[in-house]
Design a protein around this ligand. Structure first.
Ligand SMILES: [Zn+2]
Length: 302
């Protein structure tokens, strides 16, 4: 296995609700559980400017990288500015791209990070500086080997940046199932949006997902699924208002993986949001997501 992860994803954000310790916590827990070994981890380099420009404007890329953001841009991004934070976000773009390449080679690609679905071409918002999902999708399509990509976004928040970027691009199907009355206040138009009521619990959530996702994968049959597996659908998340149990989130992931396996569609997994009151809950959910992906989709080692 070759799993994208950088210990540099952990950056100092002084008590921010986005606890970047979760990435290292997830990698360490997976190693402790012997799901992965340190030899499986692959350190993503900072994304190139050229790759970023496949989605983002030169102005945004250059100002974000140089730390030249206006107070308004900073407020919209909602994370502090530092060279370390920029580096972590640049690396996450390469991490998701590598997970996609790995998925095309082996059927499954994993990234212990990524999922910055609120980043738009000309600005970042909601903790997302660069849209790794969008850059990866576009790079994979530009390589000409793929005809279509589906981005399955099950974070509690709508994947507004991703939806905006691919609006009118028939090669990318954006599917977002999220809490409706939550940030982002202004929703963009995904190819398919399902907005759920606050308080939605396991049974209803899973029934809606089962009703929609497998038929969609069967009829569209994309060459690649990029999965944004946000852990913030969890009932104890501090930012989300859905009420999924840890078991419920696992069932969610299982629906995604089993559908992709049934229709023989490669999957690249990214982690997305996760802001539980207890960091260990977020880590457990992210670990479950990756462990289950390996169980369902990884080819046995020779
Ligand atoms: Zn989120």
């Amino acid at each position: 296995m070759r799993i994208a992860f950088s210990s540099l994803y952990r950056v100092d954000m002084a008590g921010h609700v986005f606890a970047t310790e979760k990435f290292l916590g997830t990698a360490e827990r997976l190693a402790r559980l012997k799901v992965i070994s340190s030899a499986d981890l692959w350190e993503p380099p900072e994304s190139s400017r050229k790759d970023l420009l496949s989605v983002h404007t030169p102005r945004w890329v250059d100002n974000a990288v140089a730390g030249r953001l206006s107070p308004f841009e900073m407020a919209r991004l909602e994370i502090p500015q530092s060279p370390e934070i920029v580096s972590a976000h640049l690396r996450a773009v390469s991490g998701t791209l590598e997970a996609c390449r790995q998925a095309m080679r082996t059927g499954l690609g994993l990234h212990i990070g990524g999922g910055s679905h609120h980043a738009f071409p000309d600005h970042g918002e909601g903790f997302c500086m660069f849209n790794d999902l969008a850059v990866a999708a576009r790079k994979m399509l530009d390589g000409k080997r793929l005809r279509s990509v589906m981005i399955v976004d099950l974070d509690v928040h709508q994947g507004n940046g991703t939806a905006f970027i691919f609006l009118g691009d028939p090669r990318v199907f954006t599917f977002s199932m999220h809490q409706q009355d939550l940030y982002p206040e202004k929703k963009e138009t995904s190819t398919l949006d399902i907005g759920l009521k606050a308080g939605t619990r396991d049974e209803r959530y899973l029934a809606i997902l089962k009703e929609n996702l497998p038929p969609l994968l069967e009829s569209r049959h994309p060459d690649l699924v990029i999965y944004q597996a946000g852990a913030d659908v969890y009932e104890k998340d501090r930012l989300g208002g859905l009420k999924l149990s840890i078991q419920g989130v696992q069932e969610r992931d299982k629906i995604v993986y089993e559908s992709c396996r049934n229709f023989k569609i490669p999957v690249a997994v990214t982690l997305g949001g996760g802001y539980a009151a207890e960091l260990r809950d977020t880590v457990e959910i992210h670990c479950n997501t990756l462990r289950l992906a390996i169980r369902c989709l990884a080819r046995p080692r020779p």
